[in-house]
Structures are given as structure tokens and as C-alpha cells.
Design a protein. Structure first.
Length: 457
């Protein structure tokens, strides 16, 4: 049976479809709403409706909220508040050209996926079926947000702007099929977008922000939020960082760090990684223990400690600079730069100086060391003494021209990112901090991250 699965949807049941149609028409006529014929059905736990909207509505009533590109200064917070990926103008333009070339002949525009964050009425006949015709009444003030299809919507607008008035009016009466959900949870809206993009992959960095079926992606967002080194300094949308970028890392590079912390390698395939992440982080207790330990690890290397004055119930515990802690100096320098000021321009300057720890490769090595420390029964009790050695420039010199990197990830003037040289560099770091003769790693089922106590170039 069709049931309302959102507090926004009120089902209005009538003995027949004709009576449902009449009631929907009365509401629409009296309130200036639009009544559209739909088919209501279930997908998983939700009731959704599919129908069609005229091009005039697509042009005037559909709304997008795209993640900003790094060039425009978007942050991970911006991406998390957005509904869609950054719009690619050339993609929209190519669809608009297709419409203009074919609108008088045969053309096809694939269905749009929409979401309404507004109370609506769904009029259906009271039939014993899980697949019902009906009428969805969309109020005139309702915003229809595009979950998937922003480029198609932009293309329709651009094509109509290039038509003469009579042609545009005729085209406005054409329609495009839509699937409509009523969802208020932004995380679920993001997940719907990620799911709609399975056939056309999201950029890896934005996937790391949106696709929360993998709990490790949730950890990416939490590390960005909880670590002063990362907070506000992670590019959530780009595939690469320009030399002038004031962002420190890509979201996908933080995801690689999480791969190293959980699996001990950045090269693990995504499907296998998702399976591993669910095994290790699938329960809230496991997730919280791992997130707390990994956050503490990164912040310790940055010279920050949790503020004891912060509320223990706070969703975002404050971290403060602790002069008594060792730290990777360049990490601490960057973490202390105030966001939203000109001082942030020091980030590309530091990057240009050639610090290995400011590269994805260096981040992967640091993550792999963390994996060894937190999944070894002996090491996890004393992980800070080894982390402290990683902060000592006399033991680990993170400058690009330091001897420890030569012949492995640094060969000539090149920084190598392949697995073999990264493994070699990792082994050199292990040797330098005294981790070569350690106990074997535990199996995942007894990994230290499971309890609070136990714990790319």
C-alpha cells in the first residue's frame, strides 16, 4: 500500500481516481497551484511520484544550488550546503545546442530528479495497490530543487532564450518527465545526488563529501571539521590544486589519508575500501572511536590538543595550540593562519618551498604510519612517542631535498607517487622512528580502533 513517507506529504484518498482528480483540481484552482498527474510508487522506504512538467515550469520554477568551484572560493562547508556538483558551462551549452538543432524534429531529454521541501497534497484512489495513479498538487510558492539534471535545466533555459517569442511559447508547452521526492534531510539529498550519478561519476573530491554510504566519507568531513590543519583549507570540488591555490589539500586526498589510516594503503579499490570501511566503522561506537583517535593523531602532529574548557557535549570540541606538544612545524604554521584574511596566501608559498608533508604522497605516508600505530596491540598504547619522532626535524626532515626521501619518492627533480617508491619511503620513516621490529599487525576484528581505549603527489 502507498503510504506517506515524509512529513511533507499528506495523502488524500478517494474511492475513485475521478474523485481524486476533481479534488486536486479544486485545490489547484483555488490556490494557484499546479496539479500534475503522477504515478506514485515506493523505492526502498520512500514513496516517490513520477510525472511530467512543462518546459515553462522547468525554466521558471526549478532551482539549483551548485557547489562552488575552488576558483570561486568554495569550501567543504559550501559543498555540504549545496545540492549539486559545480555546473560545467560547456556541458550545458552542448545540451542547449542539441535542443536548438532538434526541437522541431524528434528530441529527447532524460528525466529530471526533483525534490520539494514544501508541504504538498497527493490525491490518490483508495485502491489496494503499491502502484497508483494520482495527482500531486504543487503550491505556487513551492521550490522544486533539482537533485539530478541541473545541466539539462540550464540548457532548456539557454535554448529558450535563443528562440524567438512565438517559438519559445510553443516550446514552453513541451514537457520533460520528472521523478519527485519530498526530502528535508540534506545528507539524504546529497546521497540521492550521489546515487543518481552512479552512471556518470562525480569528481572524486565531491564524491568524498556527498557519498555517505561509505562511512569513511563521513570521516573525511569530520576530519576537516575537527582538525585545525584541515578546517576551511580543503577543496571539495577540484581534481587538482593549482600552484596558487590557498587550499591545502583536495577532499579526495583526505579520503586517501583515511584509506591509509583504515586499510594501510591508498591503492585499495573503492569497492573493497567501502566493504572494509563498513566492517570497521559500521557501528556508531566503532566510528566514534576511530574518528576520535584519527583526529587526535592529526592534531598531535599539528601541535593542538583538545581544550579542557570545552563542553564535553559539544558537537565540535575546540582544539587549542599546545606549546608543550611536538609538531611538524610547517603544519602548525599553516594551522595557525586565520581563515578569511590575506595571511592565507602563505599556503601556496609554503607549498612552493617543497615540503613532503604538504603533498598527497606525504599525507599517505603519515596515514600509513597511523595505521600501523593504531592496529598494533603493542604500539597503540605508546603511539605518541613515535608520532613525536615524526615531528623532530633531526629524525624526520620533511623538506623535499632531505636525504630520507632521496632514491624513493624523490628521484632527480621528480616526486614519485607510485606504490613502490611510496612503500620504500614509508619503510625509511619506520626505520628512522624505530618501528622496524614491531609485533605483527592484529586482524581487523581485533583492531585497536574498535574501542576508545584501544585504540597523491
Amino acid at each position: 500500500m502507498i503510504e506517506a513517507t515524509s512529513e511533507l506529504v499528506s495523502l488524500k484518498k478517494f474511492p475513485t481516481l475521478e474523485e481524486a482528480n476533481r479534488a486536486a483540481g479544486l485545490e489547484a484552482g483555488n490556490t494557484g497551484a499546479l496539479s500534475i498527474p503522477v504515478v506514485a510508487f515506493r523505492q526502498g522506504k520512500r514513496t516517490v511520484a513520477t510525472g511530467a512538467l512543462p518546459m515553462s515550469w522547468v525554466r521558471n520554477r526549478l532551482e539549483t544550488r551548485s557547489a562552488k568551484s575552488a576558483k570561486k572560493g568554495g569550501s567543504m562547508h559550501d559543498a555540504e550546503a549545496a545540492w549539486n556538483r559545480p555546473e560545467l558551462p560547456e556541458h550545458s551549452q552542448s545540451i542547449a545546442k542539441y535542443i536548438l538543432d532538434n526541437y522541431e524534429k524528434a528530441y529527447i531529454i532524460p528525466p529530471l530528479s526533483l525534490n520539494i521541501q514544501h508541504r504538498v497534497h497527493l490525491y490518490i484512489p483508495d485502491y489496494p495497490s503499491d502502484f497508483l495513479p494520482g495527482y500531486l498538487v504543487i503550491p505556487g510558492s513551492a521550490t522544486l530543487a533539482i537533485t539530478d539534471g541541473q545541466h539539462r535545466r540550464t540548457a532548456i533555459v539557454q535554448a529558450m532564450e535563443q528562440m524567438d517569442e512565438a517559438t519559445a511559447a510553443k516550446f514552453a508547452s513541451d514537457a520533460v518527465s520528472v521523478m519527485i521526492t519530498c526530502e528535508t534531510d540534506l545528507n539524504q539529498i546529497h546521497q540521492d545526488f550521489a546515487d543518481c550519478s552512479k552512471t556518470k561519476s562525480l569528481p572524486p573530491s565531491l564524491l568524498a563529501v556527498y557519498d555517505r554510504r561509505n562511512p569513511a566519507n563521513r570521516l573525511v568531513s569530520d576530519l576537516e571539521r575537527m582538525c585545525p590543519l584541515f578546517k576551511g583549507r580543503i577543496d571539495p570540488t577540484s581534481k587538482t590544486l593549482s600552484k596558487k591555490s590557498t587550499f591545502l589539500f583536495l577532499a579526495n586526498q583526505i579520503r586517501q589519508l583515511v584509506k591509509e589510516l583504515l586499510a594501510g594503503t591508498y591503492a585499495i579499490a573503492d569497492l573493497e575500501f567501502e566493504k572494509r570501511a563498513v566492517e570497521l566503522l559500521g557501528q556508531e561506537e566503532q566510528y566514534n572511536a576511530a574518528g576520535e583517535k584519527f583526529t587526535e593523531y592529526i592534531n598531535y602532529l599539528t601541535g593542538f590538543t583538545k581544550d579542557p574548557a570545552a563542553s564535553p557535549d559539544s558537537a565540535e570540541p575546540r582544539w587549542k595550540l599546545d606549546p608543550s606538544l611536538p609538531a611538524i612545524a610547517v603544519w602548525q604554521d599553516i594551522a595557525r593562519l586565520p581563515l578569511g584574511t590575506l595571511e592565507i596566501s602563505q599556503v601556496p608559498v609554503k607549498r612552493e618551498e617543497g615540503w613532503i608533508c604538504l603533498t598527497a604522497t606525504g599525507l599517505n605516508i603519515i596515514g600509513r604510519i597511523g595505521h600501523k600505530l593504531f592496529t598494533n596491540a603493542e604500539l597503540q598504547r605508546n603511539w605518541k612517542q613515535y608520532a613525536a619522532k615524526m615531528c623532530d626535524p633531526q629524525i624526520i626532515d620533511w623538506r623535499r631535498d632531505a636525504a630520507i626521501w632521496q632514491g624513493n619518492i624523490i628521484q632527480g627533480n621528480k616526486l614519485l607517487t607510485q606504490q613502490a617508491p611510496v612503500k620504500h619511503a614509508y619503510e625509511r620513516v619506520l626505520q628512522a622512528i624505530g618501528l622496524t621490529n614491531t609485533l605483527p599487525l592484529l586482524q581487523a576484528t581485533t583492531a585497536a580502533i574498535e574501542t576508545p581505549e584501544a585504540v597523491n603527489g
